[in-house]
Design a protein around this ligand. Sequence first.
Ligand SMILES: C[S@@+](CC[C@H](N)C(=O)[O-])C[C@H]1O[C@@H](n2cnc3c(N)ncnc32)[C@H](O)[C@@H]1O
Length: 302
Amino acid sequence: MNKVTNIIKTIPLQKLRDLRDQITHRYKSKQGKGIQSADEAIAYLAFRSPATSAVQKQIFTECPKDNFHPESMVDLGAGMGLSQAIAAGLFPSLRTYTGIEENSYMVEIGRKLSDEIDWIQQSYLAADIPKADLILGSYTFSELSKTKLLPALEKAWATTQQCLILIEPGTPEGFKTILKCREYLVQNSGHIYAPCGHNGNCPINPENDWCHFSKRLERTKLHRDMKEGSLPYEDEKYCYLIATKENWSPTYKRILKPATTRKGHIKLDLCTPDKVESPTFTKSKNPNFKEIKKLTWGDRLE
Ligand SMILES: C[S@@+](CC[C@H](N)C(=O)[O-])C[C@H]1O[C@@H](n2cnc3c(N)ncnc32)[C@H](O)[C@@H]1O
């Protein structure tokens, strides 16, 4: 058994489910967002981390491959620091990783899971954030009050040497957070690498729609038992942004929704610099129809 499973198995299944309900209820009823005990941190590890980790892996995979070989990484609101192992697996150049996390229960479990992490147990609003090639803020900015978002982003961007990645839930609120960050970064010499293939204004009106994507992840038996779900997978919706200091951005159109297909036709919703376009590609008129047919929601049309 790996370390994560070992830790999760210290708590009986039913208690984990009760803890999950307790955390979810607190979030939904806005009675506070934080993890409030070591057991709750373990429940978070069991219920949420598989999905947030799968999304992180998906997004790290999108980073520029030719130009980007990060040696240092800082994770803001790192939780238990699970992004360290994911990043180390995808970026062999990585040498140092700092997790900034204010919640002591999260840090305590993080220390048990890995000894590859330098922890700063403090709010990143107050901490001296070390400069790093890659700065990550994953599912954390939406926990800040509205007035704290831009100060946090300003600090994060000031310490980014190459690449900043922000991830938020794939909800209208998550999108609004990402959109505000995007505006700030574009105004402060950032280059948007993904999901947008351009630095222009976002063509999506956040009052009507939201730019989000979906990651399908397989559930292990333990994960299935804990979730009381029979499906062997779950779909995690997310919003994200990759911004770089140098202009590495290729030009492309992003597929914003699941494709609509009919025999010999495929309709894609595409993000372009001025608008969302919805062209229909036909087999008869597109010699590369076979390739286009393989593309799905979240892919790039080069
Ligand atoms: C939803 S969890 C996400 C954890 C991890 N980043 C992930 O993607 O799974 C949000 C984390 O951000 C932390 N956090 C929120 N505001 C923070 C702040 N100002 N400074 C440090 N950590 C913060 C919380 O304590 C929590 O562990």
